[in-house]
Design a protein around this ligand. Structure first.
Ligand SMILES: [Zn+2]
Length: 367
């Protein structure tokens, strides 16, 4: 389980001169049984010269882990007495990383694509509400109103047609439905607000979904990213699957919109930059509102260890403070954590050809 506060803690954690070892390991059955996983871990860690961290991680995986998750994210810095393990319900790209900050890109990617989903599965009597976060059900709630009996109330059958209610017809079928829906929507808003969902998916028949959606205030409607048809007693795993499928499509759509905006603005030099060096310079100037990068983008670069100044070009001393410059195998990771430190967003894009051609990294600027 990984909460936003955990991610914030990882972003804020720096070790100074001590290293922190980050390890991402898949543990889902399809990646092999536990012995196979342990062997992969041993192979992954064998070249790392941090014996105490390596043994702390191996000890955890060998003796403490219950193998219920699909992957693990582990961060260890023995000199700082820092050890964190997150069991995740989704697979990750296996990797390890040694640096003065935890490697967080895979977690940022999971948050971006799979974090904070609210689902309302609605019918005429009420709704089942779900909060899914990074592939797991975190909470659920149900709201059930009055049973809807098929009364013969003649006349208008649409809800809008009945508004203003004629005296003596208070409990017609449509009115009961409207009341139930309203109550369900109010409960849903409270539930979504509490869980701080970032996107909402609705399930049910087309009519019920449309009715329910109309009951939500505009601000909440704008979080609705899609809907699916499902029976009101649909199983949890079916709901999760449908939700993530809609989420990935919506995320892809959003990404391609963002990337197109970025490319257009960067070409006009209007509040955006593209390419590694320009992006790093924007980060150095703390101008980055939103850092965008391709999922698989990794490259080496340079950093001044005194002031954190980043560059892709080899040089001996820092242009800012004359401090010593060091080469780092993964400057993208440094860029991500710098942007998050400064309160910016990180958006990881998947398979966008024009963006890859333009350098796989860019940023929207604050001013
Ligand atoms: Zn410097």
């Amino acid at each position: 389980m990984l909460a936003e506060s955990d991610l914030r803690e990882l972003v804020a954690f720096t070790t100074g001169n001590d290293p922190v070892l980050s390890v991402y390991l898949n543990t889902e059955p399809s990646s092999g049984n536990s012995d196979v996983c342990k062997l992969r871990l041993r192979n992954m860690l064998k070249t790392i010269n941090l014996p105490e961290d390596v043994s702390a991680i191996e000890r955890y995986v060998n003796l403490e882990y219950n193998w219920s998750g699909h992957s693990l994210a582990i961060f260890s810095s023995t000199p700082r007495k820092f050890f964190r393990v997150y069991s995740l319900a989704l697979p990750v790209r296996e990797a390890y990383h040694v640096g003065d900050r935890p490697s967080i890109q895979p977690l940022v990617d999971l948050f971006d694509n799979y974090g904070g989903y609210g689902v309302a599965l609605v019918d005429k009597q009420g709704a089942r509400l779900f909060y899914f976060h990074i592939g797991e059900l975190r909470e659920q709630e149900a709201v059930e109103g009055d049973a809807v009996k098929h009364t013969k109330a003649g006349g208008a059958s649409s809800l809008t047609g009945r508004r203003g209610g004629v005296a003596g017809q208070k409990n017609t079928e449509d009115e009961i439905i409207e009341r139930n829906m309203r109550e369900a929507a109010e409960t849903a808003i409270r539930f979504f607000e509490e869980k701080r969902v970032r996107r909402i998916v609705l399930g049910g028949t087309e009519d019920n979904v449309a009715l329910f959606r109309a009951m939500l205030p505009k601000a909440w409607q704008s979080l609705v990213i899609g809907s699916f048809a499902a029976a009101s007693n649909a199983g949890q795993s079916e709901i999760l699957q449908r939700t993530l499928q809609i989420g990935l499509e919506a995320e892809k759509f959003k990404e391609s919109g963002l990337v197109n905006t970025l490319l257009t603005r960067a070409a006009k030099k209007e509040g955006a930059v593209i390419g590694l060096e320009e992006t790093l310079q924007a980060i150095n100037a703390r101008r980055v509102q939103s850092l965008m990068l391709a999922e698989d983008f990794r490259t080496s670069g340079y950093r001044c260890d005194s002031c954190g100044w980043l560059t892709s070009k080899p040089q001996q001393t820092c242009s800012e403070c004359q401090g010593q410059i060091f080469k780092y195998p993964d400057v993208v990771e440094l860029a991500i954590s710098e942007v998050m430190h400064n309160g910016g967003q990180v958006e990881i894009t998947h398979a966008h050809k024009e963006f890859s051609n333009a350098g796989s990294i860019g940023a929207m600027l604050r001013y």
